[in-house]
Design a binder for this molecule. Structure first.
Ligand SMILES: [Zn+2]
Ligand SMILES: [Zn+2]
Ligand SMILES: [Zn+2]
Length: 91
């Protein structure tokens, strides 16, 4: 049996986990122009084609499929001032 090469994935520099299939980012809020916003999750059916997160999960930071929660445009290219991410567990 041939040795299967272990697949390696890019690591999200914000949550520190590998972008494995059906994963999710744990940093659920983003600071934009001085206000905290809930990040938008993957609204597509199935895994995100870019960062591999599952349906309804949060994209990893830098994914080009994530929409900006403030202006609704592509997060990585909109002109909002994004400064911080945080993990907020309390609702
Ligand atoms: Zn992440
Ligand atoms: Zn994604
Ligand atoms: Zn924006």
């Amino acid at each position: 049996m041939a040795k299967k090469k272990k697949e390696t994935y890019a690591i999200c520099r914000d949550c520190g986990t590998e972008m494995v299939p059906n994963g999710a980012c744990t940093m659920n809020e983003i600071k934009i122009n001085g206000r905290w916003y809930k990040r938008r999750s993957n609204g597509y059916n199935g895994e995100c084609g870019d960062c591999n997160v599952g349906d309804g999960k949060l994209h990893h930071m830098g994914c080009d499929m994530e929409d900006c929660p403030r202006c609704g445009c592509q997060l990585i290219s909109c002109c909002c001032d994004k400064t911080h991410l945080r993990k907020q567990t309390k609702v």
